[in-house]
Design a binder for this molecule. Sequence first.
Ligand SMILES: [Zn+2]
Length: 111
Amino acid sequence: MRPTFMHCFDVQPDFEAYVGGERGPLRAVFLEQHLAGCDACRAGLARLQAVVDALETWPLAAEPAHLKARVKAQVRPRPALPRLLTTAVACVATFSTCSLTHCGRGPITLV
Ligand SMILES: [Zn+2]
């Protein structure tokens, strides 16, 4: 096994996203570097890919004809929040996050 700066437990959570093509290019490069030197992770990723490939061959079941109408009948449109309220909630959430992450480092200075 060739040493890499990432451990198996660092890259294994990315397997599913990697197989699904959802992992960002930088994480994919890190994963591929690790895979180049780790037999165990290469085998694990190959097993996951085999499962995904097998699942993609399964036919999709069609939904019962009455199901779509029943679901649509039970879904009600949610009233939209006024734009000012949405903006205020976003500001409070941002300030709260800044306050929590800046805790104990003195006053917050906006630049
Ligand atoms: Zn590994």
